[in-house]
Design a protein. Structure first.
Length: 305
């Protein structure tokens, strides 16, 4: 198979030829042989369909087309060098625009905190944060990372587990007065707020020793929004689930109370999904580090080992 040189490689060779005025001098500059430089010049001429240089054993000169190409090659070389420097810098410094997708509940909490931390540390960085509780096509969206609750089911994405979030049951004092004592055996007959797909139909509860128990739930209100679910709990619509980081202020203020304090819902995994590929811009790595820092300080969060 005939080898074809990269166009930029050919232009660089031609630039060395034009500036040195000699095939042999260009070869020395490039660290190669004169026949190799000559073959590259012929390859470029065939590619462009025109004569670029007039050469004999005694003289060498560029044609009009060659002199025009030399000026363009210099400009292109400068622009490529600038672009290469800028892009390679993006691999080592957080810069450019970071596009992140995350769930709405987390997005209005610690996810936004991580973004503002990142911007404070790197003021030149721009961030676009999109919040949705729907499954998205990360590659088609153009985003560079997606913070996911639960498992990442797209096998084409790179998934890294950040940790697991503890979840507890709670309700308003007013509702608990109406319902009377809440026991695990009574729970299936009591009104609960459903959170699709995590709290509906039945849930797996764990006791202090980690032993599981499946419990059916009656969820007259169901939503796929964490914020909506928590709002319904605060409105006294039913017993519901929340992570400690989200409800700790309301627990302290007495607006909600823990239900079944000796039981926990199974912790839910938090993952970051990334497009396939081995190169990650520094802005993505810096964001994940900022997010980890924020999450590690949250009550009820268990970092991945």
């Amino acid at each position: 198979m005939k080898h074809t040189h990269d166009r930029l490689d050919l232009l660089d060779t031609f630039q060395k030829i034009g500036e040195s005025g000699s095939l042999s001098k260009a070869a020395r500059l490039l660290g190669t042989s004169q026949p190799t430089v000559s073959r590259r010049l012929l390859e470029l001429e065939r590619m462009l369909g025109c004569k670029l240089a007039l050469r004999t054993t005694a003289s060498f000169s560029l044609t009009d087309e060659g002199r025009s190409l030399l000026a363009e090659a210099r400009d292109l070389g400068d622009r490529w060098s600038s672009l290469s420097h800028r892009l390679s810098g993006g691999q080592s410094r957080p810069e450019g625009t970071l596009r992140v997708i995350g769930p709405s509940g987390y997005g209005t909490g610690f996810l936004t905190d991580a973004v503002t931390d990142l911007r404070a540390a790197h003021p030149a960085l721009r961030v676009e944060l999109t919040l949705t509780d729907r499954v998205i096509d990360l590659v088609a969206s153009g985003a560079e990372c997606w913070i996911c609750v639960g498992e990442v089911r797209d096998p084409d994405l790179v998934s890294r587990k950040l940790g697991a979030m503890e979840r507890i049951l709670l309700a308003t004092p007013g509702l608990l007065e109406q319902l009377g004592p809440v026991t695990i055996s009574r729970l299936p007959s009591l009104p609960c707020v459903g959170l699709v797909p995590y709290v509906q139909g039945s849930v797996r509860l764990l006791d202090r020793s980690g032993r599981p128990r499946m419990v059916a739930l009656d969820t007259p209100i169901k939503t796929d929004s964490l914020l909506s679910s928590y709002r319904a709990i605060l409105n006294g619509a039913g017993i519901g689930a929340a992570a400690p980081w989200m409800c700790q202020d309301d627990l302290k203020a007495g607006r909600v109370r823990r239900v079944l304090p000796n039981w926990w819902l199974e912790p839910i995994g938090i993952h970051v999904a990334l497009p396939p590929g081995i190169y990650r811009p520094a802005r993505v790595t810096a964001f994940i580090d900022a997010l980890k820092h924020r999450m590690h300080s949250l009550p009820g969060f268990r970092p991945a080992t």
